[in-house]
Design a protein around this ligand. Structure first.
Ligand code: VTB
Ligand code: MG
Ligand code: MG
Length: 327
């Protein structure tokens, strides 16, 4: 795939972040999400790809835009056919409340290589490059944590595990505490949490959680670019979720299978881009400057070369056609 696409994708996440950041703290998660979706969709039309959304805002009947199956991109004759996974505002509640770690995010891979995950929960584990190959989603929690501590040359009590703050994790939290590790609980946004395991200065070593399966596929693309490890397993928590899985051909045997990074993302040529909307462990959020300007902080990666770029940009809000049109 054309390497320049990486930078084109950043423009798209930047636009989604700029479109939604104005909603910070305004208590309206749906309006913030809608703005991110609108901005992202408009920005996509300039990208030289023949893209199809495989992970998006939902099925056509529930999402008017960026729905699963929607075509995005310029669709020029020579443009590459790709799978697109998006979460225009990953952490809508975070923005509504003005809390940290909301991001706008896109993953891209050659056509047919991203797992078409149903919109159910997924049990996930992620670690950085040094612990790659040493964890097993179904292994006892303590065994995984000991393996990671050893790989990182850390005492087990110095290991920090990031877990989403939900009652469904009560037993997991007890096990991690029993193993002696430190825990960082987060409210929302498990893509950012998984990503953080690959950057030493976040202080986060292991991600363990049950969160959205779509977010699992998006995070897997990033972990692939970063040389980390991620595994998942569908974890439908209600009758309704089980029915949704079955509708999409996920029968019990397939649901019970541990999905490796290769199952989640079956390509070595994938791209990931994220822009901070609110301040986070890895990316600062959108800040507003004098004279109608705003600053964004993004990260963009490409697995083929392993390049990780942090991109800071200053935008003239009154000269950005998409944002002006949205006002
Ligand atoms: C998960 C997680 C997401 O929402 O989907 C979560 O993957 C929903 O969990 O990152 P609950 O149903 O317990 O609220 C996010 O945190 C944000 O979309
Ligand atoms: Mg979303
Ligand atoms: Mg989300």
């Amino acid at each position: 795939m054309d390497r320049n696409l990486a930078l084109e994708l950043v423009r798209v996440t930047e636009t989604a972040a700029l479109a939604s950041a104005g909603y910070m703290g305004r208590g309206n998660k749906d309006a913030a999400d809608q703005a991110a979706v609108d901005g992202m969709r408009k920005a996509f039309s300039h990208v030289s790809i023949q893209g199809k959304v495989v992970i998006g805002e939902g099925e056509l009947d529930e999402a008017p835009m960026l729905y699963i199956g929607e075509e995005v991109g310029r669709w020029g004759s020579g443009d590459r056919a790709v799978d697109i996974a998006v979460d225009p505002l990953e952490g809508t509640v975070l923005i509504a409340k003005g809390l940290p770690n909301a991001i706008a995010v896109i993953a891209m891979a050659p056509q047919g290589t991203l797992l078409h995950a149903p919109d159910t929960y997924m049990k996930k584990i992620a670690v950085g490059p040094k612990a790659k190959g040493l964890v097993q989603l179904d292994a006892p929690v303590e065994q995984n944590l000991k393996a990671v501590a050893k790989a990182l040359n850390k005492k087990i009590q110095d290991l920090t595990v990031i877990i989403q703050d939900r009652p469904r994790h009560d037993a997991l939290i007890q096990e991690v505490r029993a193993a002696g590790c430190r825990i960082k609980l987060f409210g929302d946004g498990d893509v950012a949490a998984a990503l953080a395991t690959c950057f030493e200065d976040t202080g986060i070593d292991v991600f363990m959680s049950i969160g959205g399966a779509p977010e699992g596929v998006i995070a897997a693309v990033a972990l692939k670019c970063l040389g980390g490890e991620m595994q998942g397993k569908l974890n439908p928590l209600s009758e309704e979720e089980i029915a949704r899985c079955e509708e999409l051909g996920w029968h019990q045997e397939k649901i019970n299978k541990v999905l490796t990074l290769e199952d989640l993302v079956a390509s070595e040529d994938v791209f990931f881009a994220a822009t901070g909307v609110s301040d986070g462990d890895l990316l600062k959020g959108v800040t507003y400057l004098e004279n109608n300007q705003a600053k964004t902080h993004s990260v963009v990666m490409r697995s083929k070369t392993g390049t990780i770029r942090f991109v800071d940009a200053i935008h003239r809000l009154d000269k950005n056609e998409i944002l002006v049109e949205m006002m």
